[in-house]
Write a protein that binds this ligand. Structure first.
Ligand code: ATP
Ligand code: MG
Length: 392
């Protein structure tokens, strides 16, 4: 049976109230592929106001686009009114949407045949554009005329290659030809929309093929930043995460972390990761890691650095197991693990806080890290008092 019991209940309640309601989009596609669907979307002939009147607990997610979040037994479920989209004056978003009562009309506005499938609660699949056939042929094909659909919304071209990456499918030849023809129009897209699709593209098991297609269709020319030498970059895939993907774009493209961050408006977390990868990648091209490097780095950063090094250089990478072992052998993982506190240093020395305190803690941290002294309270006290008296 498809969907969660809560999502089936939402459909049943809408049906009972006299409206049509179906599962739709990516979840239906994934279920037909035998994959665990992620987010479940429901489409309905009921208007947002009608949806809100059927359920007690709802949140508006932009009624102008027709989406209401229904909270059913604690589970949030997106319910979107059947709609068609008006004209697109800027290759980005429809200027207006019109609510309709026909499911087929709603499916017609969707990007690809494999995403234009609906499933009724009784198990009937609604498939006016032969999405199931394309699923079995492993083909990504635009609904209707590809050039027209890509002119309406240029993001669909990036979505097409994103699905290549995630599903391992091929582009239908006319869909591919239209992308090549219209590739420059992606320049008009907002970076945020491009970034969201790239996050998913990087996580696909078939990222290699997708990156290759981006170059082949010349989509690369319209992107904010893209490595010039792509063959090398392709070797870095598949990526463990989207973070890994962004890091590989940076290193393979010889970009600075700040360039990638601003070109694709990456988050703060992503910025910190990229800066750290850049730092340790530069170090590793010169030498191996020191104890301090292992102490200062996150394991995931070094794993990414080594993966990139293995793909992009002739250097022998250190494997993850070795990195973990080196980190496990560290006497401490952070300052917080030191067996003494700043307050104790002040007591022992009879001095008030100041710059000396930070320096003393750093010296202790260093001595413990390099096993000059064990991380034990009395050993540190003795060492500290001795060092301190020597300085006095
Ligand atoms: P995922 O499994 O990654 O969520 P998805 O196919 O569900 O993939 P979403 O971005 O969640 O992708 O979009 C949900 C559905 O909305 C799609 O399956 C498609 O039917 C439709 N859709 C999304 N974006 C567009 C677009 N730009 N143009 C046309 N239809 C779209
Ligand atoms: Mg989805």
């Amino acid at each position: 049976m498809f969907g969660t019991s809560q999502s089936r209940k939402v459909i049943a309640l809408l049906n009972d109230a006299g409206y049509e309601a179906v599962f739709v989009g990516g979840a239906v596609r994934d279920a037909l592929l035998g994959k665990e669907p992620k987010d479940i979307d429901i489409a309905t002939s009921a208007t947002p106001e009608q949806v809100k009147s059927v359920f007690k607990n709802t949140i508006d997610l932009g009624t102008e686009h027709g989406t209401v979040l229904v909270i059913e037994s604690g589970e949030p479920i997106e319910v979107t009114t059947y709609r068609t989209e008006g004209t697109y004056s800027d290759n980005r978003r429809p200027d207006e949407v019109q609510f309709v009562t026909s499911l087929e009309e709603d499916l017609k506005r969707r990007d690809f045949t494999i995403n234009a499938l609906a499933l009724r609660i009784d198990g009937e699949v609604v498939d006016p554009f032969h999405g199931r056939e394309d699923l079995s042929k492993k083909t990504i094909r635009a609904v209707g005329n590809a050039s027209e659909r890509f002119s309406e919304d240029a993001l669909r071209m990036i979505r097409a290659v994103r699905f290549v990456s995630v599903l391992g499918f091929d582009l239908d030849s006319s869909t591919k030809a239209s992308i090549t023809e219209l590739h420059t129009t992606i320049q008009t897209l907002s970076v945020e929309r491009i970034k969201t699709e790239f996050d998913k593209l990087f996580q696909g098991a078939f990222a290699y093929g997708a990156l290759e297609l981006i170059a082949e269709t010349k989509l690369s020319e319209g992107l904010p930043l893209y490595p010039a030498q792509q063959d090398e970059w392709f070797q870095c895939s598949p990526f463990r995460s989207s973070l890994d993907g962004w890091a590989s774009l940076m290193i393979a493209g010889h970009f600075d972390a700040s360039e990638v961050v601003s070109a694709y408006k990456l988050s703060n977390k992503e910025r910190l990761f990229l800066q750290s990868v850049q730092k340790f990648y530069t170090i590793r091209q010169l030498r191996s890691y020191t104890i301090e490097d292992y102490y200062n780095a996150e394991c995931s950063t070094l794993v990414t650095v080594e993966k990139l090094l293995g793909s992009l250089t002739t250097q022998q990478p250190i494997d993850e197991h070795e990195i973990r072992k080196a980190m496990d052998l560290l006497p401490i993982r952070s300052k917080q693990e030191l067996a003494v506190k700043g307050k104790e240093l002040m007591e022992w020395s009879g001095r008030r806080g100041g710059r000396w305190l930070g320096e003393a803690i750093q010296a202790i941290e260093h001595a413990v890290l390099y096993r000059v002294i064990p991380n034990e309270h009395y050993a540190i006290k003795e060492w500290f008092l001795h060092e301190y008296e020597c300085k006095e």
